[in-house]
Design a binder for this molecule. Structure first.
Ligand code: DGY
Length: 319
């Protein structure tokens, strides 16, 4: 009998069809996000799981599934998965690196520019009729911050951090970076994290969420940031103390922020960042282009096909 694989969402791309030829595939079709209890019920009896970053694969779930042989996540980040619990059982975990690098760097830059130039605030002003009502235009009208000549501090110089650095150079920015392990790259000066925060006009985060990076940008470090700086986060919300960030933005210590990721997603309606005019918000769409999402889904399907065929996954987190 075919091995059973549960897929937690309908997926784009072409390889999902190939996967269906390798197994008895059950796809959850919604509506909305799959609840933890439903995942537990659907996964019972399945050898494989193809999931999204919205599915929590914790130790309790892994331990309740003695038949589980592989997990493939359609994401590069795997902080939603208890990797140690899988590794202890010898269960490979696939992910989808590489293909989302340029798309996520574009989102980062979109947020950086939108925050620097107050684009969303200005959009609201026009859309809500304020411009006409106030009949106003003045030299200091919606003035923002220049990126040309400004210093961008990149926290985490992996593939996405480097792609952001290339864009920053093209915009005439000076680029400095901090990376956990020193990494020399032309045109980028490496500095200590606290130095980076004290001396950057813009700071952009490009780290995975791990035990080491959780809360890395805490209240002390946020207070170190240059007065009037802009923070961009397309990595993971848990890296930042969101309350301290909201306070720094509300007091004017920081000029603005562009935030694509939150500690809790979907973000609660009473989250302190949501009431601030100087924050550009997005619902975790860093890699959201149709082409990139199809490529991610194809890699996730190929990881699953490899596991079903008894071969190493092309992109395995815990080899
Ligand atoms: C990932 O794949 O981890 C990204 O956060 C998706 O945008």
């Amino acid at each position: 009998m075919d091995k059973k694989v549960f897929v937690t969402h309908a997926l784009p791309g072409e390889r999902i069809l190939a996967l269906s030829a390798h197994c008895d595939m059950n796809v959850w079709l919604g509506p909305g996000l799959l609840a933890a209890e439903a995942l537990r019920e659907e996964l019972a009896g399945c050898q494989g799981l193809l999931c999204l970053l919205t599915d929590r694969i914790d130790r309790e779930l892994v331990e309740a599934m003695p038949q589980l042989k592989f997990v493939s996540s359609m994401s590069v980040g795997v902080d939603h998965v208890d990797v140690a619990a899988l590794t202890e059982r010898g269960i490979p975990l696939g992910h989808t690196p590489g293909v989302l690098v340029e798309t996520t760097a574009d989102t980062t830059f979109a947020l950086l520019l939108a925050a620097a130039r107050r684009i969303v605030e200005a959009d609201r002003f026009v859309r809500q009729g304020e411009w006409r009502r106030e009949n106003r235009w003045s030299p200091d009208f919606f003035t923002g911050k220049d990126v040309e000549g400004a210093t961008l501090g990149i926290v985490g110089l992996g593939a996405i951090g480097q792609a952001v650095a290339r864009r920053a150079a093209a915009f005439g920015m000076q680029v400095q970076a901090w990376n956990r392990s020193p990494r020399q790259l032309p045109g980028i000066s490496l500095v200590e994290l606290d130095t980076l925060l004290q001396s950057s006009d813009f700071v952009s985060l490009h780290l995975p969420l791990t035990a080491e990076t959780c809360g890395l940008l805490d209240a002390r470090r946020i207070a170190l940031m240059k007065p009037g700086a802009v923070l961009v986060n397309t990595a993971r919300g848990g890296i930042v103390d969101e309350r301290a960030l909201a306070e720094a933005l509300a007091s004017g210590a920081l000029f603005a922020a562009g935030i694509d990721v939150f500690e809790e997603e979907p973000v609660p309606e009473d989250h302190p960042l949501l009431g601030l005019p100087n924050v550009v918000l997005a619902p975790h769409i860093g890699s959201a282009t149709a082409r990139t999402r199809a490529r991610m889904a194809d890699i996730a399907a190929d990881n699953a096909i490899a596991a079903l065929s008894g071969e190493p996954m092309p992109h395995c987190v815990n080899p």
